[in-house]
Design a protein around this ligand. Sequence first.
Ligand SMILES: Cc1cc2nc3c(=O)[nH]c(=O)nc-3n(C[C@H](O)[C@H](O)[C@H](O)COP(=O)(O)O)c2cc1C
Length: 204
Amino acid sequence: MTRILHINSSVRNTDSISRKVTREFLNKWQVNEPEAVIVERDLAAHPLPHLTEKTLGAFFTPAEQRTPEQAQIAQLSDTLVQELFDADVIVIGAPMYNFSITSGLKAWVDHVARAGVTFKYGEQGPVGLLTGKKVYIFTSSGGVYSAGPAQGMDFLATYLRTVLGFIGLSDITFIASEGLAMGELGVNKALEQTSKTINELLPA
Ligand SMILES: Cc1cc2nc3c(=O)[nH]c(=O)nc-3n(C[C@H](O)[C@H](O)[C@H](O)COP(=O)(O)O)c2cc1C
């Protein structure tokens, strides 16, 4: 039985392309494996707070020495980290906002990239602790970044590959729905391409 963590970060709901395609992917997965367990983490419906000095104080205080307030603060991050450790597969809907990820997804990263918890420093440098997991990231963007003049402006995929790799999530497949600002034709073309990729990734 596969445990899947499904993370959405578009602030849009019904018209969101990243939500539509991650749902399509998971529906297909469930056809193949009806008993798969899916845990939902919606970063727009339930936004995470930005880090504060108090949050860092809680993170860097050993659990047994935390004040009741620090213990309560650390709980949210601990829950998010546990969701990652519990998952075999992680599916992320990641729209491009201003050439990078949404601030909601960045807040999630800030809560799960934790020294001594999801990465540590060994003799050879940093070591990611979230190993053995498969990650699928469905990006959505108005422009086209896979080829052409904007190729070097994609700080979304490069950032996610770097930061998730840092915490051990290095087996990542990116599926881009791009060119969505190019009218209905652009949207249809992108959705068609993404469906084709989903069918290749999850053959019946
Ligand atoms: C605040 C905001 C910033 C955006 N910035 C970019 C951008 O830098 N590059 C781009 O190609 N598209 C950009 N877009 C377009 C979105 O990536 C596109 O609408 C995408 O479909 C959003 O994902 P969603 O459909 O899941 O909401 C932006 C959209 C919004 C709302």
